[in-house]
Design a binder for this molecule. Structure first.
Ligand SMILES: [Fe+2]
Length: 160
């Protein structure tokens, strides 16, 4: 950890940085998975899905940057290489063989939901650790993930 005049103890910062680095890895992994879908989706809704996936990928890339810069704001080291993300990410591997829009929507919505669940847990965890700003960051990210989960699922949803 680096020295900083921020009014949060080193212990709080250290614990929060661990959570942030875990979610950073997930976000980097997820962003690459969405690009994978953007590049490989095929079928009658190609252009709509190709463009939607690119938009969501850009949203996640912004989240990567915000998470990483919160880590450095706290005096931590953002561990944001692809190699580290691949090892640390809690997300499942994205299947490389799928092509149809429906399959990509199913897998992407599953991954966005899994990341969303971990981020939502991070809201309470970082709040309890005493860092309301990171909790607020996670809250904003979580709200965006809920929205883009809807964008993906709306293609697949039926009433229960
Ligand atoms: Fe592209």
């Amino acid at each position: 950890m680096y020295k900083t005049k921020i009014d949060l103890s080193e212990k709080v910062r250290r614990n929060v940085v661990v959570i942030l680095n875990d979610r950073l890895a997930d976000a980097i992994d997820l962003q690459s998975q969405i690009k994978q879908a953007h590049w490989n989706v095929k079928g009658p809704h190609f252009i709509a899905l190709h463009e939607l996936f690119d938009k969501i990928s850009a949203v996640i890339l912004d989240q990567v940057d915000e998470i990483a810069e919160r880590i450095t704001s706290l005096g931590g080291t953002a561990e944001g290489t692809v190699a580290v993300a691949a090892k640390r990410s809690k997300l499942k591997n994205y299947p490389l063989s799928i092509t149809s829009g429906k399959d990509h929507l199913f897998y992407l919505s599953t991954q966005v939901a899994a990341f969303g669940k971990a981020v939502r847990a991070g809201i309470d965890d970082t709040d309890e650790l005493g860092d309301k700003d990171t909790a607020d960051l996670f809250t904003g990210i979580s709200r965006d993930l809920d929205k883009y989960l809807w964008f993906l699922e709306a293609h697949l949803q039926d009433k229960v």
